[in-house]
Design a protein around this ligand. Structure first.
Ligand SMILES: [Zn+2]
Length: 303
């Protein structure tokens, strides 16, 4: 090769490498700025007064966490058609617990409308992780402290399913491109939190589970017509992205609530809210009411 061409190519590669570094730096900076902005909003949201659920609402424990904290459940209505909504399976997703509080408060104020069905709301499935997140709010690193339970298990990988593995992945970031290995427990349903939820669903003949996460702005439904229909409705009302079964990155996720629901004939929708620390109530209220209304109107032979 001609010596000048070689020099030119070397210089070109150097420039390219340098530009790549600049690009990587810019991406990192953008990510960092994003964390700072979201974290600052988080400080404000996390310190707003919370909605208190009235003492009049029927409440009971479905079990205790590994750290001995109660897993509380509220009940509205007494009808035969039963739905359960659960927040805080990932304790760091603090806003989901606030969303569940807002929802319970609203349901209580509108009890008459839902008397013909039963709505259960689990405020926080992972109270140990949640209290850790509340004590150590990780505002400027995406709010990741408190995801696991006290055994360091990712509860949404611990369900008793065919897909269960002891080790799995936590996927996050843009298009779920970032992954962190997570421990899923020695066997499916090994953790008292997941066992409490699944035992409660099965022993009460509950036909639908709605699980709250954040903050990916997405909605996903299990592979059955009811869940697909309600997930579509939720996406439409919130503007969240509707993720169909094929796009849902379950191939890398194991032992999930979705898999458990599909194996146990329970319809499932998973909601990834839009904020980490805020209730997201304004954004999700209309969709939640629409889903509950739709569920209430179902023909009794379906549920
Ligand atoms: Zn989550």
């Amino acid at each position: 090769m001609h010596v000048h061409t070689l020099t030119f190519l070397k210089a070109f590669n150097y420039e390219l490498a340098k530009n790549c570094e600049v690009y990587t730096l810019l991406v990192k900076l953008r990510k960092h700025i994003g964390h700072v902005i979201r974290g600052t909003i988080g400080i404000f949201e996390n310190n707003r007064p919370q909605k208190i659920v009235s003492r009049d609402v029927k409440r009971f424990e479905i079990g205790k966490s590994i750290g001995g904290l109660p897993i509380e459940c509220f009940q509205i209505g007494h009808g035969g058609r039963k739905i359960i909504l659960a927040a805080g399976i990932h304790g760091n997703e603090v806003g989901t617990v606030k969303l569940a509080q807002h929802l319970t408060h609203w349901l209580h104020a509108n009890t008459d409308e839902f008397e013909m069905m039963t709505v259960f709301v689990v405020l926080c499935l992972n109270p140990d992780g949640f209290s850790m997140a509340k004590k150590n709010p990780d505002y400027f690193h995406g709010g990741r402290i408190g995801r696991f339970n006290k055994n360091n298990v990712d509860l949404n990988r611990n369900f008793l399913t065919k897909s269960f593995r002891q080790n799995s992945l936590w996927m996050f970031g843009k298009n779920y491109s970032e992954t962190v290995p997570v421990y899923c427990g020695p066997h499916g349903n090994s953790e008292p939190e997941t066992k409490a939820l699944t035992d409660f669903i099965l022993s009460n003949g509950i036909k639908m589970l709605v699980m709250f996460h954040n903050a990916g702005r997405e909605v996903m439904g299990s592979n059955d017509p009811l869940a697909q229909n309600l997930a579509g409705l939720y996406a439409q009302k919130t503007g969240f992205k509707l993720v169909n079964g094929k796009m849902w990155p379950t191939n890398k996720q194991t032992g999930t609530a979705k898999d458990w629901c599909e194996e146990n004939s329970v319809s499932y929708i998973e909601i990834e809210g839009s904020v980490r620390w805020g209730s997201d109530w304004k954004t999700q209220k209309g969709a939640l009411i629409a889903v509950l209304e739709e569920f209430k109107m179902l023909r009794s032979d379906i549920n």
